[in-house]
Write a protein that binds this ligand. Structure first.
Ligand code: CTP
Length: 416
C-alpha cells in the first residue's frame, strides 16, 4: 500500500517562483495514493498555468470564488465551502509572505484564502510551505506571522536554504517536492511519541587495524535509519548515532556519525541525558584489534602473515540498560539481535542477558543491505511476530508498539 492511499488533499498555490515545484509535488502526491484538488490564486497563475496543474492532478483547477462550476460534488456553486469538506488537509505550497499574512488576519478576498478561513478547523488541518526571498523570510513581520500561525494551530513547514531565484543565497526557499512529500506523510502518522526524545543507533562499527584496514560487518544501517524516520513521524525528537554508512539522513533527525564502538559509546554518553527511549539497532563489533597501528602494516616479503589479537568492546546496550535512568523508569531500552539461526532462542536469552524490556530479533544474513525484513519481538511474557515487510512499514509498526509498551512500563515503574 502507498503511504497516502485514500487521502484527499487540497493543494493551494499562491504566487511565487516556487510554483514550479508544486507541479512536481502534485505528481508525487498522486503517486503516493492521494487525490489532489488544486486551487490557485491569480498570482500563482502568473507563474504556472492551471492547464499544467489540471493535467497532473487529473481534476479541473479552481481559482475564483465566483466560479459557477460545480465543486466538490455539491451543486450550490460555493467552491470555498465544498472543496474542503471531503479533504484530509489543505496544503498551501508555495505559501508567499503575503498569503501567510492574509491567513493570519483571516483575510478572504480570493478563493484560496476564503477556503482556508471557511475550513472546518477541527477536521481539515492546514499545512503551509513558505517560499520567499531570504530578507522577506528573515523580516520580523514574517517571523511574527509564522509564530502566530503556529499558535493558531497551522502546521508551518520549514524552509530550505540555498540559491534563490533572485540571485541571493539564504533561507526562504520552498522545500523540494520530495521533502514536502516526506513532511506531509509524516504529518498523517499518529503522534504516539510526541514529547519523547528517542536515541537510535544504526549501522555497523568499524574497528581499525591500521590506517587503511579494519574489521566491520555487513549491517547497512537501513533498519535503524527507518526507525529514526518512523520515530520522527511519530512526533519524537530523534538523535541517530550512525556507524559508517552512506545513507542520507532522514529529515528532521539529528545525526551523529561515529566509526568505532568506543566512538559510539562516547556519542551515546553525550546525547543520552534526556532520552526517554533508546533503540540499539547498530551491529556493534564485539571485538576490536588489541592494538591498532598508526602506520600501514607492510608485507616484508617473507611470506609471514601478521597475527591479530583482539579485545572485547564494551556492551553499549547492556551498560545503558543498567544505568540509573533505565532502572528507574525514565529510559525505555530496546535491543536488537541479528542472528543466523535459532532466532527465538537467541533473542530470548539475549534479552535477559542485556537486561532490556524488549528485544527485536531478525535474521542478519537475510536482511543486511535489503529493504525488507521480518521481526520477532520478545519480551518477558512472550513473542510477537511482525511478518515480512518493507523496513519503513515495519519501523512504523515497531514505533507504535514501543510507544504502547513504554507507557505501560512507565506506569508500572511509577506504581512501585
Ligand atoms: N550491542 C551493543 N554493544 C555491543 C554489542 C552489541 O550495544 N558491544 C547491542 C546491539 O546494538 C544489539 C544487541 O546488543 O541491540 C545485540 O547485538 P548482537 O550483535 O546481536 O549480539 P551480541 O551481544 O554481540 O551477541 P552475539 O554476537 O554473541 O550474538
Amino acid at each position: 500500500m502507498k503511504d497516502l492511499t485514500g487521502k484527499h488533499i487540497v493543494l493551494g498555490l499562491s504566487g511565487g517562483i516556487a510554483c514550479y515545484k508544486a507541479a512536481e509535488l502534485c505528481r508525487a502526491l498522486v503517486k503516493a495514493g492521494t487525490t489532489v484538488q488544486v486551487v490557485m490564486t491569480d498570482a500563482a497563475m502568473q507563474f504556472i498555468t492551471p492547464v499544467t496543474m489540471q493535467a497532473l492532478s487529473g481534476r479541473p483547477v479552481f481559482s475564483s470564488q465566483w466560479d459557477p462550476r460545480e465543486a466538490g460534488g455539491v451543486g450550490n456553486s460555493m467552491a470555498h465551502i465544498n472543496l474542503t469538506r471531503e479533504a484530509d488537509a489543505i496544503l498551501v505550497a508555495p505559501a508567499s509572505a503575503d498569503f501567510m499574512s492574509k491567513l493570519l488576519h483571516g483575510g478572504a478576498d480570493d478563493l484560496l484564502s476564503l477556503m482556508c478561513l471557511a475550513r472546518p478547523i477541527d477536521k481539515v488541518p492546514l499545512i503551509v510551505a513558505p517560499a520567499m526571498n531570504r530578507e522577506m523570510w528573515a523580516n520580523p513581520a514574517t517571523q511574527r506571522n509564522v509564530a502566530q500561525l503556529k499558535a493558531d494551530g497551522i502546521h508551518v513547514l520549514d524552509v530550505g536554504q540555498g540559491d534563490q531565484a533572485c540571485g541571493e543565497v539564504g533561507d526562504g526557499r520552498m522545500l523540494e517536492a520530495d521533502e514536502l512529500l516526506y513532511e506531509v506523510t509524516a504529518f498523517f502518522q499518529p503522534k504516539v511519541l510526541a514529547g519523547q526524545h528517542v536515541v537510535v543507533t544504526a549501522g555497523p562499527t568499524y574497528e581499525a587495524i591500521d590506517p587503511v584496514r579494519g574489521i566491520t560487518n555487513l549491517s547497512s544501517g537501513k533498519m535503524g535509519f527507518a526507525i529514526a524516520r518512523a520515530a520522527y513521524e511519530a512526533g519524537a525528537s530523534v538523535t541517530l548515532v550512525a556507524g559508517p554508512v552512506s545513507l542520507p539522513t532522514p529529515r528532521g533527525v539529528q545525526r551523529v556519525d561515529v566509526k568505532s564502538a568506543r566512538n559510539m559509546q562516547l556519542a551515546l554518553e553525550l546525547h543520552m541525558d534526556n532520552a526517554t527511549v533508546f533503540v540499539s539497532a547498530a551491529a556493534v563489533a564485539d571485538w576490536r584489534p588489541a592494538s591498532s597501528s598508526d602506520q600501514k602494516i607492510k608485507k616484508d616479503g617473507s611470506g609471514q602473515v601478521p597475527t591479530l589479537s583482539f579485545c572485547e568492546n564494551p556492551d553499549l546496550l547492556a551498560g545503558i540498560a543498567a544505568s540509573e535512568r533505565a532502572q528507574n523508569g525514565q529510559l525505555y531500552c530496546v535491543g536488537f539481535a541479528a542472528e543466523s539461526h535459532d532466532l527465538l532462542h537467541h533473542a530470548q536469552t539475549k534479552r535477559a542477558r542485556k537486561g532490556v524490556p524488549l528485544l527485536v530479533g531478525n535474521i542478519g544474513p537475510a536482511t543486511f543491505g535489503q529493504d525488507h525484513n521480518a521481526l520477532l519481538l520478545v519480551d518477558e511474557t512472550g513473542v510477537v511476530e511482525f511478518p515480512h515487510g518493507d523496513k519503513l512499514s515495519l519501523s512504523r509498526q515497531l514505533v507504535a508498539d514501543i510507544a504502547r509498551r513504554r507507557a505501560a512500563w512507565v506506569a508500572q515503574a511509577d506504581s512501585r
